[in-house]
Design a protein around this ligand. Structure first.
Ligand code: SF4
Length: 130
């Protein structure tokens, strides 16, 4: 959770998701100085800094399929993308139509929004028999 106390003070309570230990991390930023406590290792420090500067997430959703044996194809980004771009990405994916067939791991869209991430299929979809 991110709390902006004043213009120059930000506090965040985070659970590190880098490994299963799940350390509780507190971040406090004031006047450009960032304090981080609760991480057991440097990866947790980097995770907290990323959450503060530009949080990223893997996006998972569905896209519509043309001529497939299912109407929807589950997809995801193959690397985390900035959280601030997720709604724009969802809008793009809502409006595309994918032609069947598709294999697991097949790239649906390359380098979406210039993030370096691709949208890939997470299931196999066959062409509908007519
Ligand atoms: S801070 Fe280090 S030990 Fe703790 S959850 Fe993150 S990666 Fe694991």
């Amino acid at each position: 959770m991110k709390t902006e106390l004043r213009d120059d003070v930000v506090e965040m309570d985070l659970i590190c998701v880098v490994c299963p230990i799940g350390c509780s991390i507190k971040l406090r930023a004031k006047d450009g100085k960032v304090e981080i406590v609760g991480n057991r290792c440097p990866k947790g420090y980097e995770y907290a800094m990323d959450e503060y500067r530009d949080p990223k997430r893997i996006l998972t959703t569905n896209v519509r399929v043309l001529n497939g044996d299912h109407e929807l194809l589950s997809v995801k980004t193959d690397s985390p993308i900035p959280k601030r771009l997720i709604w724009e990405m969802m809008r793009i994916l809502k409006n595309i139509r994918i032609e069947a067939p598709k294999e697991v791991g097949e790239i649906i869209l390359e380098n979406v929004l210039n993030t370096g991430a691709n949208i890939v299929s997470t299931r196999r979809i066959m062409r509908r028999k007519s």
